[in-house]
Design a protein around this ligand. Sequence first.
Ligand code: M6R
Length: 587
Amino acid sequence: MCGIVGYTGKGNAAPALIDGLYRLEYRGYDSAGIAVEGENGIQIVKRAGRVKGLECARGLEGHAGIGHTRWATHGAPTERNAHPHAYHGIVLVHNGIIENAYTLREGCLARGETFVSDTDSEVIAHLIAAEYRGNLLEAVRAGCEKLKGSYALAVMCEKERGKIVCARKRSPLIVARSGENLLVASDLPALAGEAEAYALGEGEFALLDGDITFYDASLSPIQKVRTEFDASTELADRGGYPHFMRKEMAEIPAAMRRTREEAEKTLSLSPLYEVLCQTEYIQILGCGTAYHAGLCAKTFLEATCRLPSEACVASEYRYRDPIVPSNTLAVAVSQSGETADTIAAAELAKERGARLVAVTNSPDSSLNRMADFVLPTRAGREVAVAATKSFNAQLVALYHLSEALARAKGKPFSPLPDLSAAAEETLLRSERVENWIKSFQNARTALFIGRGADFCAALEGSLKLKEISYLPSEGYPAGELKHGTLALIEDGTPVVAVLTCARLAEKTMNAVHEAYARGAHVFLVTTFLEYAGREAVRDAVLLPPCDGLLSPVLSVIPLQMLAYFVSVARGADPDKPRNLAKSVTVE
Ligand code: M6R
């Protein structure tokens, strides 16, 4: 989490830093700050809130600087806790978490040093300052040796003009050259269009001082190979839509189509086929929306391939001493490919003998690098914090993986339909959910219910709603309502029932009637016209015909749309919900 940037060159640093930070806001937007080295030393400007608060600093003069956009871990999202942090001429920005910060800080306090923030990062400036003997690079290395946890750092020093030292451990950092300008960034979007980029390796250092020199952990200079990055990392724009989320929902059909083509290509490769033939157990790992995609896939896999499988919350998996039977295929699902919990879970599954398939939307991601096989989603860049098109693309990829598994295992399997045209139609039919928002706008809680695959879609609908509209909601198995959650229902409580599995439809309707009888406003997302007209149903989105096991790829669309409309109606920002970030790179 957090985005860091650095610039040293011939031009003015401030505009380059601020523009770079805008492009990294998906990594956090609690506070922002820059430090620019001018004629009279390093000047720091920080603000609580988004990067736009730094516009007042665009005119700062100076040819070198560093910047930061924060997702708060230690310390409230205030100006005082914003980066850069400075101590005795050392100025730095940090992305990551320092796990021994408290102990290190106690040591500094015992030496009489004082702190001005509550962050774990400030102590790094103290450590480097204590090690400084006229060589910033050596001081950074010595300081880093004392750190436990994760860090990507860009450090400047009042006494060494024009220099930036970079270091990283378990947090990404890219260094780039563009003509006479040298740049640092947490991720490529901040460098969009730059010519020559290098990913700093684990434990490596870089010195930007007129040119870039790379060093290994013991400060011996090393040569690095330029990193080839996918052109799709270009900076995205809203393309005329009011929000990225709305635009990204419109892109769902294309994302599904491209992912299907990609899956057909990738899954025909023989090395993966051999692994699939041996697979006897499947663990799907992911967080948030990616976990929900895993749940949908598990339901589908078990029903169609009859292979035992589980969807695992990645942040739990790593701490539960998981059993990984022989011939397990671990499938790590992640839009970013950088989610710390998913990476750690995937590492553990591999350590315990599983073969690893990464299903990611980011060709250059850490997960892809560690996986035995990559099954890409081709959703295109997703900017809104709320995952939409990436979820639909993940489902398509996972359904195709299931199909390949079935074939490898000699199980009968009907060819997967291309549902992208149905998704197009669903988008149009979903517009009507704008009429539902009256029931949601001032509600105290909302419920999403379903059975089987519909329950998986309900979970995702609920996550989307609470994430961007801040309305508490629950995704619940329809049959479980009467075991406690029904008590939440009062006059006007909105309940969305997802109903696409013929076998389970009447059963879900029982729950609908139970909720309606207690005053709920029931809305339906269904493939069955006969239920849409029932008295208990206030309104419905009728989905195009679709197999109930595959239906989450369609039924989620009106739910995403609903969350979007409610968010806007409640005055929230659907693209940048409070307290969150797009890429969760800390534990
Ligand atoms: O990049 P990932 O897919 O690994 O991210 C996982 C979750 O953080 C993510 O899906 C999150 O739940 C979304 N913001 C939900 O909309």
